[in-house]
Design a protein around this ligand. Structure first.
Ligand code: K7E
Ligand code: CUA
Length: 767
C-alpha cells in the first residue's frame, strides 16, 4: 500500500463505507487494509462495495420491479443496494400478504379463471410501469402471464394486485406488457399460434388457414385504475409465432412493433420422426417484424369494421391489408427483442441466431408506407417492406443478441448477448461497438434505469441471467437465478454486484427513480384494498358483533395491539362463518395477522384495512386463532377461540376462571402505579406538543395513535373505578391492569415520536 493513488482510493472508499475518518484516519485506513487482507478483497472489490453499500437508515435511488417468472409474482428491490423490498403477489396465492386467502383477493384470482378452472400460478415475463408522455409516472404496474394469456394491474399506491384480465382470443402470449406513451393501451401479443377464441378445436392440418396470432390492445382507464375490457380490441396476425413487442413513441407514437420467430409456419412432431420445431422454425434467413398502426385499428374498431370473436372485437387481416393497419418487414433469423429508441426514431431488433443487431429507421419505414412502396405481399395479403430500404444500419454485436436497452447518453445502447454471455455497449447512430463485458452466465434481458422511457437515466444496468452455476453457495440442483448490477456511468462497464434470486426466472425488469413513487403508509379506516372502496364490513372499535344472516354467521371484528375482538366466537357445526376484520390501528407498520387453526384461514390486515374470510365450520371442536405478526409485547396474548359446537348441543355460558383472586390492596397498588405511569406519559406528551411536531407527518401519525391508546386507557380506568365502587376487586383489578396495558402502548408510541423529533431537529415552539 504505497502509492498515493492507492491511499486516496482507500480514503474515498472508506468514506463511502461510512467509516469515520476524522482524527482516526490512519487507524481506519489500517483497519480497512487489514479487512481487505483477511477477506482477500481487491481494491476493485472495495470500490464496488462502496458504490453499492447503502448504510442503515438510508434508501436506494432506484426501485426495480422484476418479473418473478414461474412464481407468478413481481419482485421489488432497490438499486444500488439490491436489497429486496417485497414480492408482490399477482397470479399466485401468497400467504404473508393474505393474497388468495381473504375473500376479496380470492375474488381477483377467481375472476381470472380459464374455462372455469382456477389457475394458481402464472409465468410472468414483462413488467411495465404506467407512462405519461412517455415518462414513467409511477402510478401503476402491469405484468403478463405467458402460460395462461392474462395481464394484471398493480396499483403502486399500495403495491397490490387489483385486477387480472384473461385474453379472450389467445391460448398463449409473450409480447406483453408494453404500454403506449400515455398508457392508453397495454399491449399483449400472442406467442404460439392457435385458432382465435377460447379453446377452439381445429385439426393441425389446417394450421395455415385457421391458426392465428394476434396483438391485443387493452384499454386502460386511468380514473378507475383498471383495464376496461369492453373498450379493448385485437388485431389478427398470421401464425408466425409472434414474440416481443414495443410501442412507438414521439415520432412513431400511434404505432407498435411485434417480432416473430417462426414465419416458416412450421409444425413439429419429433415423436413421429418429423424434424422438431427448433429446426423447422429456423429454416429461413429472415422472419417478420410486424408494424401495426394501432391508432388506425382503434378507428376501425369504432367504425365497427371488426369481427366479434368470443365477444371481443378483432380487426381481421383482410381489413388490415385494405386499410393499412399491418405491415411486415423482414428481420434476421429468429429475432427476440424489439426496442424503440427514446426519441422514437429507431427500432432495434436482435436475431438470436445472428450476430447482428439491426437498427431500423422509422423515417424510412414511414416513407415507404406513405408511398405504398412495397416489395411484395405475404400469403395473407399483408404488404411486405424491403428490408434494405428500411435499415439504418446493422452492427455485429456478438452471437445470440436478445434485448437492447438505452442509456442516458445519446445513441448509446446495451444489448444482451446470450450465447457469448456478455453485454455489448454500442453506438446505434454511428454503428460501432464501444465496449463488451462478460457476465455469469447466459444473460436474457438487461435493464437500464428508466431505460425504455423517453428519458433514460443511465448510471446502472442490471443483467438478468439464466444460470448461476458457481456464483453462490450451493443449495441443491435447483440454483438461484442471478441479477448482476453493472456500473455504466463511465466509458467502461464495471461489474458491481451479484444478487441471487430465489424465486423464478427473472425475464424482464423495469427501474424507476424512487422519488417518483408515492405509496401510502396506511389505509382509510375500513378500506377494502382489493376493490379500492370502503368495505361494507368496516367495523369501528366498540361496534364488534356476531350476527347470523341468511344462514351465515357474520363476525364483525377489530384488531389493535394486543387483542382481537371478539375473543370467543361460538358457532354450530355445519355453519358457514364469515369473519370480517378491521385493523383499527392508525400507526405506521402496525400490521396484524390472523391465522385460524385447520381452516386455511390466514389474513394480513394492515392499518385501516378490512378483510374477510369465509369458511365452513364443518367439524366440531376448539380452534384457536391468533395474530401472526409480533406486534407488541403482548402479541402472544393476541388470541381467541373459535368454538364449534356439535349439532344439537346447547350453547353454554363459559365458566370463566381467573388464576388469581384479587383484593382491594391489589387494586389500589395497580391504581397508584398507573397514576405514576401517567406522569411519565404526560412529560413525553409535553415534550411533543411543545415542539413543531405537526411539521413531521410520521410524528403526526404516531400522536394520533397514542391519542387512541390514551382514550382506551381512560375507558379502562372508568370501568376499573366502576367495579371498585361496587367493591368487585376482581374485575376492578383486571380493568386496572388493562388500563396499564394501554398506557404502556401509549408510552411506547410517545417515546418513538420523541426520539424521532430529537433526531430530526424539531424546534421548540412554546414553553
Ligand atoms: Cu427474453 Cu420472455 Cu422477454 Cu425471457 S423473454 S429472456
Ligand atoms: Cu397483532 Cu401480534
Amino acid at each position: 500500500m504505497k502509492s498515493i493513488l492507492k491511499k486516496a482510493l482507500l480514503l474515498s472508499t472508506a468514506a463511502g463505507l461510512g467509516l469515520a475518518l476524522s482524527g482516526a484516519g490512519a487507524n481506519a485506513q489500517g483497519q480497512l487494509e487489514a479487512i481487505m487482507k483477511a477477506r482477500g478483497l481487491t481494491e476493485k472489490d472495495v470500490l464496488a462495495a462502496a458504490k453499492t453499500y447503502v448504510p442503515t437508515g438510508k434508501r436506494d435511488e432506484f426501485i426495480v420491479f422484476s418479473s418473478g417468472g414461474q412464481s407468478g409474482q413481481v419482485m421489488v428491490y432497490g438499486i444500488p443496494s439490491m436489497r429486496i423490498l417485497k414480492f408482490i403477489a399477482v397470479f399466485t396465492p401468497e400467504p404473508w400478504q393474505g393474497y388468495g386467502f381473504d375473500d376479496e383477493s380470492k375474488a381477483i384470482l377467481e375472476s381470472a379463471k380459464i374455462n372455469g378452472k382456477l389457475i394458481t400460478f402464472g409465468d410472468t415475463h414483462h413488467p411495465a410501469i404506467s407512462e405519461t408522455k412517455g415518462e414513467y409516472d409511477g402510478e401503476y404496474l402491469f405484468i403478463n402471464d405467458k402460460a395462461n394469456p392474462r395481464v394484471a394491474v398493480i396499483d403502486l399506491k399500495d403495491f397490490e394486485t387489483k385486477q387480472i384480465v384473461v385474453n379472450p382470443i389467445m391460448m398463449s402470449e409473450h409480447g406483453g406488457s408494453f404500454v403506449t406513451p400515455n398508457t392508453e393501451y397495454i399491449i399483449e401479443a400472442t406467442q404460439y399460434p392457435a385458432p382465435l377464441g377460447k379453446s377452439v378445436y381445429v385439426p393441425l392440418s389446417q394450421f395455415n388457414e385457421k391458426f392465428r396470432g394476434a396483438v391485443t390492445y387493452w384499454k386502460f382507464d386511468r380514473e378507475k385504475g383498471r383495464i376496461d375490457p369492453a373498450k379493448s380490441f385485437s388485431v389478427e396476425l398470421p401464425p408466425y409465432s409472434q414474440d416481443l413487442s414495443d410501442a412507438g413513441k414521439l415520432v412513431s407514437d400511434g404505432w407498435s412493433f411485434t417480432n416473430s420467430f417462426c414465419s416458416e409456419r412450421y409444425i413439429g412432431g419429433i415423436e413421429k420422426g418429423r424434424p422438431p420445431f427448433e429446426a423447422g422454425c429456423s429454416q429461413k434467413d429472415t422472419d417478420f417484424l410486424h408494424v401495426v398502426n394501432w391508432k388506425k385499428a382503434e378507428a376501425l374498431v369504432k367504425a365497427g369494421k371488426v369481427k366479434m370473436i368470443n365477444g371481443h372485437p378483432v380487426v381481421m387481416m383482410d381489413t388490415s391489408a385494405k386499410e393499412g393497419v399491418v405491415y411486415l418487414i423482414p428481420e434476421p433469423k429468429s429475432p427476440h427483442g424489439v426496442d424503440v429508441s427514446p426519441d422514437g426514431k429507431y427500432i432495434i431488433v436482435s436475431g438470436k441466431l445472428d450476430t447482428h443487431a439491426s437498427v431500423y429507421s422509422w423515417e424510412k419505414i414511414k416513407k415507404l408506407i406513405d408511398a405504398k412502396d412495397f416489395a411484395g405481399k405475404d400469403p395473407y395479403g399483408l404488404p411486405i417492406l424491403d428490408m434494405k430500404k428500411t435499415l439504418h444500419t446493422q452492427v455485429e454485436v456478438g452471437l445470440g443478441p436478445l434485448h437492447t436497452q438505452y442509456d442516458s447518453k445519446p445513441c448509446v445502447v446495451y444489448t444482451s448477448i446470450y450465447v457469448d454471455s456478455m453485454v455489448t455497449k454500442w453506438d446505434y447512430c454511428k454503428g460501432k461497438v464501444l465496449d463488451q463485458l462478460h457476465i455469469h452466465y447466459n444473460i436474457g434481458h438487461l435493464m437500464t434505469m428508466e431505460g425504455d422511457s423517453v428519458t433514460p437515466q443511465g448510471k446502472y444496468l442490471v443483467s438478468l441471467n439464466k444460470l448461476a452455476i458457481d456464483r453462490f453457495n450451493p443449495v441443491g440442483p435447483l440454483h438461484p437465478q442471478n441479477h448482476q448490477l453493472i456500473d455504466i456511468s463511465g466509458d467502461k462497464m464495471e461489474l458491481l454486484y451479484d444478487m441471487p434470486v430465489p424465486l423464478g426466472e427473472p425475464h424482464y425488469a423495469v427501474a424507476i427513480r424512487a422519488s417518483k413513487l408515492k405509496p401510502l403508509v396506511r389505509y382509510r379506516l375500513g378500506w377494502d384494498s382489493r376493490n379500492d372502496r370502503i368495505s361494507p364490513f368496516k367495523t369501528r372499535p366498540g361496534r364488534e358483533k356476531i350476527v347470523k344472516k341468511d344462514g351465515v354467521v357474520h363476525v364483525y371484528a377489530t384488531v389493535i395491539r394486543s387483542h382481537i375482538t371478539p375473543e370467543i366466537i361460538e358457532v354450530e357445526e355445519g355453519d358457514t362463518v364469515s369473519i370480517h376484520i378491521t385493523n383499527v390501528e392508525r400507526a405506521e407498520d402496525e400490521t396484524h395477522g390472523f391465522a385460524l387453526s385447520g381452516h386455511n384461514v390466514n389474513l394480513s390486515i394492515e392499518p385501516g384495512k378490512t378483510v374477510s374470510a369465509t369458511f365452513k365450520a364443518d367439524k366440531a371442536g376448539i380452534y384457536p386463532y391468533y395474530c401472526t405478526e409480533f406486534c407488541s409485547a403482548l402479541h402472544l396474548e393476541m388470541e381467541g377461540i373459535l368454538v364449534v359446537r356439535p349439532k344439537g348441543v346447547k350453547a353454554e355460558e363459559a365458566g370463566f376462571s381467573e388464576g388469581v383472586k384479587y383484593t382491594e390492596e391489589d387494586y389500589k397498588k395497580q391504581y397508584q402505579q398507573n397514576l405514576q405511569v401517567q406522569k411519565v406519559i404526560d412529560s413525553v406528551v409535553n415534550f411533543i406538543v411543545s415542539r413543531n411536531y405537526k411539521d413531521f407527518p410520521t410524528v403526526v401519525g404516531l400522536v394520533e395513535d397514542a391519542t387512541d391508546q390514551l382514550k382506551f386507557a381512560a375507558d379502562a380506568k372508568k370501568k376499573a373505578e366502576e367495579f371498585a365502587a361496587k367493591k368487585d376487586w376482581q374485575n376492578a383489578t383486571l380493568w386496572a391492569q388493562q388500563w396499564f396495558q394501554y398506557q404502556v402502548k401509549a408510552a411506547d408510541i410517545g417515546l418513538r415520536a420523541k426520539t424521532y423529533l430529537e433526531q430530526h431537529g424539531a424546534k421548540v415552539i412554546k414553553k
